[in-house]
Design a protein around this ligand. Sequence first.
Ligand code: HPA
Length: 234
Amino acid sequence: MSIHIAAEKGQIAESILLPGDPLRAQFIAENYLDEPVLFNKVRNMFGYTGRYKGARVSVMGTGMGMPSHSIYVNELIRDYGCRRLVRIGTCGALRAEIKVRDLILGLSASTDSAVNKIRFQGMDYAPAPSFRLLKAAYDYAVEKKLPVHVGKIVSSDSFYTEDPDQWKLWAKFGVIGVEMEAAELYTLAAKYGVEALAILTVSDHLVTGEATTSAERETSFKAMVEAGFAAALA
Ligand code: HPA
């Protein structure tokens, strides 16, 4: 067991889906995996391993924001040998041409967090995903005719920003979505030489103020989970 995960070595697959919400991990395990086995319930951060279309895969919640995400991703890679990590989550859209429910594959992850400023001693690092995983998710989305965008995202430390118009600066520089984890995921994957990707569904729109209904979220959630498996098992 690691400091925050109660699994034995070997209980977690090399491919793992990472929703923020542990109840989503449970839902995915119960509805998509064959023979799911619970490997963690410390802090209710449920994690399961099972089979998807015959392939061994895990799914585990990581909480909200980069500090929580970072703890789990560090331990999953270092202590349990995870090698393909796919965040599945929601984001806010920053550009009018992106619609609620659309899928976004994060091509780069800027951040307002100080974590990489500290890590890189004041220099800037450009967190980016695995092209191989991104291509697998993109090919899947195109084949299934899902509304998909590949573009720059920003990982924010604040859901409630002091300046409510802060997102406009990111939008001006081509960023299409805001969420709270991918920059740390991409940086850690690079550090440890493993592959990562963030797949997001647009849950709310900062330009139009529109938000998804729960029925709409369910349909786009399904698309995201399936694209997530396509990437994690690539
Ligand atoms: N901001 C940050 N994270 C988010 C948002 C948002 O508007 N929507 C979903 N995740």
